[in-house]
Design a protein around this ligand. Structure first.
Ligand code: COA
Length: 247
């Protein structure tokens, strides 16, 4: 089975993470597919909304650690950087359905979505510091703006996980439902968006984001340079070696 499934119907382009044996950890090849999905959804006039979803037990364990060590992101052409650019500038509405663990980019990609629905088992975490790294995907700018500095420090500096109800309170998600219902809810909400005038939606999204769009691109670039440097640190090397130890 492919690691990423895509499907377009009724104006909704849906991407499903489908690498359950590895908790939907994302490899470079998967980032390239995610870029292709977003580019195709942007270019296709028949697509009005894009949806990211996982499985009711897991959204994504974030970067595939082994792949990431073998293919470190090098420059703006790296698949992960291409993905961050594509998702952070995607002009049509973007909806996410999250259940189970959403680690690292599994959480930070949500900061670029317009509507986010969570299963009550959703467990968000951004454990970059615990891995000797720094935040990515613009999260060092977007998380403090969303939840305030002290709460962002708890999740980005202490690396504390948080559950769906807290994410709701923080404004990271719109609604919490049983895990088996989250993908269907996201599709229903996407269908409502797909029925609305597309140009009006796209202009509304652009206007909602225009105050921070340049700053977000700058932050993504700054984070990427810092992340690449920290990846070479002894702390990061030992954290990754520990994860890769046979368990
Ligand atoms: N990269 C590569 N492989 C990963 C992975 C990742 N980020 N996350 C999970 N996997 C793999 C495990 O190595 C394991 O593989 P194996 O069966 O070949 O040994 C498999 O997925 C199942 O993972 P496991 O840890 O046994 O599942 P779990 O249900 O106990 O825990 C998580 C799920 C997501 C909480 C846990 O896997 C985890 O914390 N992963 C690391 C997340 C992370 O640090 N991401 C990087 C952020 S930058």
């Amino acid at each position: 089975m492919p690691d990423i499934l895509t499907h377009t119907e009724g104006g909704i382009a849906t991407l499903t993470f489908n690498r359950l044996d590895k908790k939907n950890a994302i490899t470079s090849a998967m980032y390239s597919e995610m870029v292709a999905f977003l580019q195709a959804a942007q270019a296709d006039d028949a697509v009005r909304v894009a949806v990211f979803q996982g499985h009711e037990q897991v959204f994504s364990a974030g970067n595939d650690i082994a792949d990431f060590l073998h293919n470190p992101a090098a420059g703006p052409e790296a698949p992960v950087m291409q993905f961050l650019h594509a998702i952070s500038t995607f002009p049509k509405p973007l909806v996410a359905a999250v259940a189970g663990p959403a680690v690292g980019i599994g959480t930070t990609l949500l900061l670029h979505c317009d509507l986010v629905y969570a299963g009550d088992n959703a467990a968000f975490s951004m454990p970059f510091v615990n891995l000797g790294l720094c935040p990515e995907a613009g999260s060092s700018l977007l998380a403090p703006r969303l939840m305030g500095h002290v709460r962002a420090a708890e999740v980005l500096m202490l690396g504390e996980p948080f559950m769906a109800e807290t994410a709701l309170e923080m404004g990271l998600v719109n609604r919490v439902v049983p895990p088996g219902e989250v993908n269907a809810l996201a599709q229903r909400q996407a269908a409502k968006l797909a029925a609305k005038p597309l140009q009006a939606l796209m202009q509304t999204k652009r206007l909602m984001k225009s105050g921070q769009s340049a700053a977000v691109q700058q932050q993504i670039a700054d984070e990427a340079t810092t992340f690449a440097r920290l990846l070479q640190s002894p702390e990061a090397k030992s954290a990754f070696a520990a994860f890769l130890q046979p368990r």
